[in-house]
Design a binder for this molecule. Structure first.
Ligand SMILES: [Zn+2]
Length: 234
């Protein structure tokens, strides 16, 4: 009996943690005053249309960027909301407070000039999702949009160790919102503070952006970039 109660309690706690994680993060407004190494923090209080995909990124101080990168991201988030009322721009890892590269587990993040951004999604009927897809029951990785039959498979031999993340199952409840994802990328590449964006080739083609000088494939040693995009700033 005692074991059952303990197990139930653990389950409850685990669920509480998850529930807390799913509540929109109303944390700090972020700082526009640079710290000792010249970095500021992204707003985590919903005062702008910019928010973390999970509170973790704000709570664990993984949201440090340079002042121009912060401005560019807030500008892109506002452009998305102006075009799609109520919409937000969701971010993942940026850099830590010390400005040191690398910023584990990333090889390239750390000096405030990089960030990973979430893509936009619809349900299977093409209706925009108002939340970031929960992937727990579908492999647990970030919500990927794998190549369709006939589209280019960038790494037919897979990727090494940690970089390898399998395609999500066909019965996943999300699909890529191509219009919104393209609008975000267009807003970013039009911004001179943005140096380049890493994206998988099949999405670059599908979105009609193939060959843009700011769009690059990260290579098969890096993580897949059809479940997020990586943005480098000047
Ligand atoms: Zn990245």
């Amino acid at each position: 009996m005692r074991v059952i109660v303990a197990a139930a309690l653990l389950l409850l706690l685990a669920n509480c943690e998850r529930a807390v994680d799913l509540v929109p993060w109303k944390g700090q407004p972020g700082s526009t005053q640079p710290n000792a190494v010249g970095l500021v923090t992204l707003p985590c209080d919903a005062s702008t249309p910019l928010e973390p995909t999970r509170p973790y990124y704000c709570r664990r101080d993984r949201h440090f960027v340079t002042p121009p990168a912060r401005e560019a991201l807030v500008t892109a988030a506002k452009a998305m909301r102006a075009r799609y009322p109520g919409e937000v721009l969701r971010f993942m890892d940026a850099s830590g407070p010390d400005g040191e590269k690398p910023f584990p587990p990333h090889l390239s993040h750390g000096d405030g000039r990089q960030i990973d951004l979430g893509l936009y999604y619809t349900d299977v009927k093409g209706r925009p999702l108002d939340h970031f897809p929960a992937t727990d029951r579908y492999g647990g990785y970030w919500p990927a949009e794998p190549p369709r039959p006939g589209e280019e498979i960038a790494c037919p031999n897979g990727r090494p160790a940690r970089a390898e993340k399998p395609d999500p199952p066909a019965n996943r409840p999300w699909r890529l919102d191509e219009a919104r994802t393209k609008a975000l990328i267009q807003a970013l590449i039009a911004d001179r503070r943005v140096r380049r964006i890493l994206i998988e080739p099949h999405l670059e083609r599908r979105l009609g952006l193939w060959g843009h000088p700011k769009l690059r494939f990260a290579g098969c040693q890096a993580a897949r970039h059809d479940d997020h995009i990586h943005v480098d700033f000047h």
